[in-house]
Design a protein around this ligand. Structure first.
Ligand code: MN
Length: 261
């Protein structure tokens, strides 16, 4: 069996390029056989991220323009569109309605809509979406500008209500869950109500916790264990759910793995 056949975990939202030594972290993910969607925050970062990850079976770079950066990087909207043409993985994109980013909110909506329209035009795109304090608008834009047959949206660190989660699931969205969400009562209650076939795992490292000083595999396994306790299921069952959901989503973008441990 060659490298890349065995998968021991998935991380659907990691900022590899915000760690001090990205090549070392990528080597670690390869070594530990964890599949990663490596989000980026500006389309200018994409070529370097692609270079770092092109030899990796496990780490896959996505092209993004983070909503928190739209105020200063709105001019990169055309570049984002061009690079979405080159990348089946897109993120981090989305909306942030927090007070400090309010002044760029209309431009954020324009950037996110353009990212969705471009992804829809090319098809077979996976999009990792930020929606802090902006869940209703995020869901409306996804509904208006994309179809789940062409674009799979993953709501990362989702903090909306159960009704909003249902609306998102009804239009085909997935949810990537990180360890910090399992420490908040409100998120815990929400996770229990998510459709099981839409649950994915993420670290959002380094924002939750930097991954360069610990075993990624251990972190992944402990997330599965904690989710299992929360959902009153066995860990093996939750891993099987995460595994099959993850393979389905990557398969959608043309990325497949032959066997999972
Ligand atoms: Mn993030």
């Amino acid at each position: 069996m060659s490298r890349g056949d065995i998968v021991k975990g998935f991380d659907f939202h990691c900022h590899v390029d915000l760690h001090p030594n990205p090549p070392a972290l990528i080597a670690r993910y390869d070594e530990e056989q964890i599949v990663v969607l490596a989000v980026t925050t500006t389309p200018r970062a994409w070529p370097q991220n692609r270079l770092w990850t092109q030899g990796s079976h496990y780490v896959h770079a996505a092209v993004g323009l983070h909503p928190e950066l739209v105020a200063e990087r709105y001019a990169e909207i055309d570049l984002l569109e061009t690079r979405i043409g080159e990348s089946r993985l897109v993120g981090e994109v989305g909306l942030d309605g927090s007070p400090q980013y309010r002044s760029s909110y209309e431009r954020q909506k324009e950037v996110f809509a353009r990212a969705l329209v471009t992804s829809q035009r090319h098809g077979g795109r996976i999009v990792s979406v930020h929606s802090r304090r902006a869940v209703p608008d995020t869901i409306s834009l996804i509904r208006d500008h994309s179809s789940p047959d062409d674009v799979v949206c993953i709501l990362h660190w989702f903090s909306g209500s159960a009704a909003e989660a249902k609306r998102a699931a009804d239009i085909g969205c997935y949810f990537s869950i990180n360890p910090a969400m399992l420490n908040a009562d409100r998120s815990r209650a929400l996770i229990q109500r998510l459709p099981r076939d839409r649950i994915l795992a993420e670290t959002d490292s380094p924002f939750t916790k930097p991954m360069d000083g610990c075993s990624v595999q251990a972190e992944t396994a402990s997330l599965v264990d904690e989710l299992a306790v929360l959902l009153c299921e066995k860990s093996a069952f939750v891993w099987e759910v995460i595994r099959s959901n993850s393979l389905r989503v990557f398969e959608f973008a043309g990325i497949s793995f032959r066997e999972c441990a």
